[in-house]
Design a protein around this ligand. Structure first.
Ligand SMILES: [Zn+2]
Length: 243
């Protein structure tokens, strides 16, 4: 088979590979989008669960502190009575000190309760925000699921069809040329390039004149010295190349 016959076959394969690449990129993008959405929903669920847990533990601590404050209230009452009953300066001093200590303990607990209330407020707001976002995303996911699933299956069908076309295109090529094509394709999405004037239309660099002279005889495929693509000559008016 002359290279003039091989060129259109090679170009047909390169076109199919280009279409496969586009379909596969689209598939990956859609799958990725779906996955990211699901990941965000799962992340929000974890966050909500953690916040709920920390809210109940803060509430428990706050309730305990409030209970202590009430108990200290009755102790303060007793201290006051003691102060009222004190018969000398020593007793009155002791009762006053006890009263001050108790009042300080109550203040400390009230401060802690206030701090906890602030934290609880923040945690509840954050939970509400997370829940709102979670519900919106879940709805989006449910709405999208059908559309995305359909788009995915359409692309998947396209991909299978293209792979079948590819198999036919590969069989039409000499195996050595195909192997060469595949080796280059592992580095370059489009492994071929044509030239009509000595400039590689893959990388737009001129090939050496001697090489171009040889290429014009269309006896064998060359390799672009710069981009390493399979390079071949196509006369300008032939319209044969879209590479
Ligand atoms: Zn090149």
């Amino acid at each position: 088979m002359s290279i003039r016959q091989q060129i259109p076959l090679l170009e047909a394969l390169a076109d199919i590979d280009e279409r496969i690449r586009v379909v596969e990129e689209d598939l990956a993008l859609r799958r990725g989008g779906l996955q990211a959405l699901r990941g965000e929903v799962a992340g929000l669920e974890t966050k909500i669960a953690a916040s709920s847990e920390s809210i109940s533990s803060m509430e428990k601590t706050r309730n305990e502190l409030q209970l202590e404050v009430r108990q200290m209230g009755s102790q303060i009452e007793k201290s006051r009575e003691k102060l009222g009953r004190s018969r000398n300066e020593r007793e009155s001093l002791a009762a006053t000190r006890e009263l001050e200590e108790l009042r300080k303990l109550v203040r400390d607990r009230e401060d802690e309760v206030q701090k906890l209330e602030n934290l609880l407020e923040r945690a509840r707001t954050s939970i509400t925000e997370s829940k709102t976002r979670h519900d919106a995303l879940t709805k989006e996911l449910e709405g999208d699921a059908e559309g995305v699933t359909q788009a995915l299956s359409e692309r998947e069908t396209q991909r299978v069809q293209l792979l079948a076309e590819r198999e036919t295109a590969v069989k039409a090529l000499p195996p050595i040329l195909y192997r060469r094509y595949e080796t280059i394709r592992s580095r370059r999405p489009r492994a071929i390039a044509s030239t009509h004037n000595g400039t590689c239309n893959g990388c737009f660099i001129s090939v050496p004149p001697m090489m171009f002279q040889k290429m014009m005889r269309q006896e064998e495929f060359e390799q672009c010295p710069n981009c390493k693509r399979i390079l071949y000559y196509v006369p300008k008016d032939s319209g044969g190349s879209n590479a």
